[in-house]
Design a binder for this molecule. Structure first.
Ligand SMILES: Cc1cc2nc3c(=O)[nH]c(=O)nc-3n(C[C@H](O)[C@H](O)[C@H](O)COP(=O)(O)OP(=O)(O)OC[C@H]3O[C@@H](n4cnc5c(N)ncnc54)[C@H](O)[C@@H]3O)c2cc1C
Length: 411
């Protein structure tokens, strides 16, 4: 199967939250053991820190060049794995043949003995006509740069306008809050009135952040309303055109820019074999995070459908879950290598910190909710903790300080 390959190879597809945490954990377990090789494949040579994308998309041109924006939300994979026994291979994964242990990339075929698939998700447009054509997504560095360019373009050319955000989940509310500040700065630079540029969030549920907690939804609603952001609840987009959107009550609303954060689905990596998938195209995993038909193949993160043992519903697609699942998959791959029994997965603690404009954030745990400046400080600490978990101390500190210096200019 793997001609001329002396070492056993563990391949991780995707250098996102799940893939990076798994690779770091595996490099701890396997260390410098010459019998094994760890290879991480990603189409980019960097790890994208999604949690700060809303900040990157609302940085002002005159303050920060696009080159600098990249540095605020990405960490080179080379920096993460500098002193680790992980080989990073930049390539686009085109197809996987699980039976023969082969990964077809745009540059060469890579063989594996053990595999972790963690390729994340893409925006879900739910087949709404015009949405994929006229809606901007907020999923990548390029998206963030395009959005800030478009906002500058609108404000420089028009005296009034409306920006609509489809989806009142984390990405939607975090972006909307910070957008208000960007509009203020751009209007000042172009001699326009900020109150003439409206922001509307269209949400299908009865409030923001559905499924979290009523108290958090109310805090978010009050904060956004205070910033003059209109929320339309129990409302669906049914059609998008270049300059307007149609809602499910048949109303047509003017729209200069539509940002779609309303849902994600699996990126559906082409795999030669037929795999069990859910309605979001996520690959069904066993309780050990591997595949029933291919026990040497594991899945984690947004791309995986892992059922909560209590509710029997799929676990949420969040960075925290992805990190936790990545680490667990690494542990089980190592146990498989050693011939030991696999351990069932239990999801991590529920803890969210939701920044909503400037130095204000809401910390949510099932037992505690804190909001305001203290919430924001907790969020900053959480960012630093994440950087410290993937980078050496001083490098992590440097990234964190740089991110803060740039993003605070927008507050
Ligand atoms: C704007 C925004 C804000 C968010 N904020 C939060 C937050 O505050 N807290 C939270 O918990 N969650 C947040 N999330 C959700 C979180 O980012 C995702 O759940 C998380 O990224 C999933 O991790 P992952 O490893 O599965 O995928 P990703 O982190 O997306 O990584 C997937 C990797 O696979 C690579 N890849 C994909 N396809 C290919 C291919 N064919 N070939 C090669 N490489 C490929 C990509 O380049 C990427 O590096 C946010 C999401 C967004 C979009």
């Amino acid at each position: 199967m793997k001609q001329n390959q002396e070492k056993k190879r563990v391949v991780i597809l995707g250098g996102g939250f799940a893939g990076v945490s798994a690779s770091l954990a595996l490099s701890e377990y396997i260390g410098d053991n010459p019998e094994y090789e760890i290879v991480l494949i990603d189409r980019h040579d960097y790890h994208l820190y999604h949690a700060a994308l809303y900040e990157a998309a609302t940085t002002e041109h005159r303050q920060i060049a696009a080159r600098k924006v990249k540095k605020t939300v990405t960490i080179p994979l080379g920096d993460i794995f500098r002193k680790r026994s992980v080989k990073v291979f930049k390539a686009f994964v085109e197809k996987v043949d699980l039976g023969n242990g082969q990964i077809m990339t745009d540059s060469r075929v890579v063989y594996f003995d053990y595999l972790l698939i963690a390729l994340g998700s893409i925006a879900d447009f739910y087949g709404i006509p015009g949405l994929d054509k006229y809606g901007f997504t907020l999923k990548s560095l390029e998206d963030a740069v395009m959005i800030r360019n478009r906002i500058e373009d609108i404000i420089s050319k028009k005296d009034s306008g409306q920006i609509i955000i489809g989806g009142g989940g984390f990405a939607g509310v975090e972006f909307a809050g910070e957008l208000r500040n960007l509009i203020k700065h751009e209007c000042k630079a172009h001699g326009k009135k900020p109150e003439n540029f409206k922001i509307m969030i269209v949400e299908g549920a009865i409030n923001y952040l559905p499924g979290l907690s009523e108290k958090v939804s109310k805090l978010v609603a009050a904060r956004l309303a205070g910033l003059g952001i209109e929320g339309r609840f129990s409302t669906l987009l049914t059609h998008a055109e270049k300059d307007f959107l149609t809602l499910n009550n048949k109303e047509q609303v003017a729209c200069d820019l539509l940002i779609w954060t309303g849902g994600v689905r699996s990126c559906r990596l082409p795999v030669l074999e037929d795999l069990e998938r859910d309605k979001k195209d996520r690959t069904a995993a066993t309780e050990f995070l591997n595949l029933k038909k291919f026990p040497n193949v594991f899945v984690a993160g947004d791309d995986a459908c892992i059922l909560d043992p209590q509710t029997k519903k799929p676990l949420p697609q969040t960075a925290q879950e992805a990190i936790h699942q990545g680490r667990h998959a690494a542990k089980n791959i190592y146990r498989l290598v050693q011939g030991r029994p696999l351990l069932p997965y239990h999801s991590g603690p529920v803890r969210f910190v939701i920044p909503v404009s400037g130095k204000y954030a809401i910390l949510y745990t099932p037992n505690l909710i804190i909001h305001g400046l203290f919430g924001w400080l907790i969020r900053k600490t959480a960012d630093l903790r994440y950087f410290l978990s993937v980078l050496p101390f001083f490098t992590a500190l440097r990234y964190w300080l740089f991110e803060n210096e740039i993003f605070m200019k927008n507050d």
